[in-house]
Design a protein around this ligand. Structure first.
Ligand SMILES: *Cc1c(COP(=O)(O)O)cnc(C)c1O
Length: 452
């Protein structure tokens, strides 16, 4: 552990006395020695004592072009010189219009109406209400949602109702609406207990059975396309998403793509949907949309769904939903600057060799004694630790093996996080090759130190 100044000690004391951290067992937090981040530069976070840490978690999956990126900083300052906030209720705004043009230009074909909000959970909540309301206008029997085992879509009551991670939602079950769940082809630990090679097709067949049995009642199906993030970067095998998309069309069920985590280059293409050329009816965006700078989100849908809400000339209708900071101009300005950078710096082309390097480095990690599985889609990666490689037996929960590995890595200057015994690696797209090597070296050493 590094030496702390009196100021750091004071701040930590105040934090422990006054703050309540998200998703945090506060008893453990109070007993821990947290870092206090004061500033950042490029791919590094800097704490109150001036220590630098490689931000290999992208500040929880948001940072795209690095921190303190000149172009985004300037765009926000320029917007501040115009207006920081003005409402979209009854008024238009330059930044929200210009960003909508940019988003529609890159979104999967068919998506062309942008509904703004300010975080991923609300982007999903809006998608669910939009889909439900649309079906109420078309076919009142369609009231249910199909979601996937292991899914995470946010923490509001609606998004929790289509979430399947038990420790997040168990306590609130009585508050949640019923959803129908389908197996996600997490092939390392196949939900149908099959070999990796047969898992995908069997899961698709199972999903089709569920569609068939429930089509009359199903309003929409929601999925994290290609990668279930919070489930520990569970990647679906190629073709699964395409198959699902075909089924949704066949059974007249809307498809909601929750690209909150996967969007904006994270999987190696702008959107995960682009890998399999699918056209969802609704797409949810947040996290990386502003390059990781500001709270902004968007739910994008088709003209067909939009039109259904118009009502008639005599009785115009509305989608009764909105948030105070909807389409905040500072967030929109940051998002436009981030999209400019994607073009100017050819961010996605430039990340391809880095994806390859990361793949090679992960394969090295896979050889370690206690690494059961490594998963990767672009820059969304996971290293799953197990007590026994052969039987895939997990470590005892109370050992907190992966948490200890992450703490060890932090001492060596790398910020990564674990979900249970899976270590998540999700670097900013701006990470350099030398930094990828450093990251994987530190991770390898940390795993060996803790498990041996
Ligand atoms: C993070 C996340 C959300 C929730 O976003 P918040 O901004 O934290 O509310 C929803 N869906 C997915 C796939 C996510 O990764």
């Amino acid at each position: 552990m590094k030496k702390q100044s009196a100021r750091t000690k004071r701040l930590i004391k105040a934090d422990k006395e006054l703050l309540w951290h998200p998703f945090t067992k506060m008893l453990e937090w109070e007993a821990s020695t947290p870092l206090v981040i004061e500033r950042a530069t490029g791919n590094y976070l800097i704490d109150t004592d001036g220590n630098h840490y490689l931000d290999a978690a992208s500040s929880l999956w948001v940072t795209v072009h690095g921190h303190r990126k000149k172009e985004i900083d300037s765009a926000i300052k320029a917007q501040l010189g115009k207006v920081a906030h003005s409402t979209l209720l009854g008024l238009g705004g330059t930044a929200s219009i210009e960003l909508a043009e940019r988003l529609i230009a890159i979104a999967p074909k068919g998506l062309r109406r942008v509904f703004y909000s300010d975080n991923g959970s609300t982007a999903v909540e809006i998608a669910l209400k939009m889909a439900f309301h649309y079906q109420q206008l078309k076919n009142k029997k369609k009231v249910k949602f199909l979601c996937f085992e292991g899914a995470y879509h946010g923490d509001t009551v609606g998004s929790m109702s289509v979430g399947e991670i038990d420790c997040f939602v168990d306590r609130y079950k009585p508050l949640l609406f019923d959803s129908i769940r389908a197996p996600f082809p997490n092939c390392y630990r196949c939900p149908l207990k099959l070999e990796e090679s047969t898992c995908k097709l069997a899961c698709l067949a199972e999903v089709e059975k569920i569609f068939k049995a429930n089509a009359k009642e199903l309003a929409a199906c929601i999925i994290e396309p290609l990668v279930q993030g919070a489930a520990g970067m569970q990647t679906s095998p190629p073709g699964f998403l395409k198959g699902l998309s075909r089924m949704a069309k066949k059974y007249d069920v809307l498809l909601i793509a929750d690209e909150v985590a996967t969007g904006f280059g994270r999987t190696g293409k702008m959107f995960a949907c682009d890998h399999e050329n699918i056209r969802p009816d609704i797409m949810c965006l947040a996290k990386g949309i502003t390059g990781g700078y500001m709270p902004l989100a968007a739910t994008i849908t088709t003209e067909k769904i939009y039109k259904a809400f118009l009502g008639t000339r005599k009785a115009p209708d509305a989608f009764y939903h909105g948030h105070t900071y909807t389409g905040n101009p500072l967030g929109c300005a940051a998002a436009i600057a981030s999209l400019d950078l994607f073009e100017r710096e050819a961010t996605i082309d430039n990340m391809q060799p880095k994806i390859q390097l990361l793949k090679e480095e992960l394969l090295k990690l896979a050889k370690l004694d206690y690494v059961g599985n490594v998963r990767q889609k672009g820059f969304m990666c996971a290293v799953e630790l197990v007590a026994d490689k052969k039987t895939k037996k997990p470590f005892s929960v109370k050992d907190k093996t992966a948490a200890k590995v992450c703490l060890k890595a932090r001492d060596m200057g790398v910020i990564i996080r674990n979900i249970n015994d899976t270590i998540i690696i999700m670097p900013p797209l701006s990470i350099k090759t030398s930094e990828i090597k450093k990251l994987c070296k530190v991770l390898s050493k940390s795993i060996r130190d803790i498990t041996e």
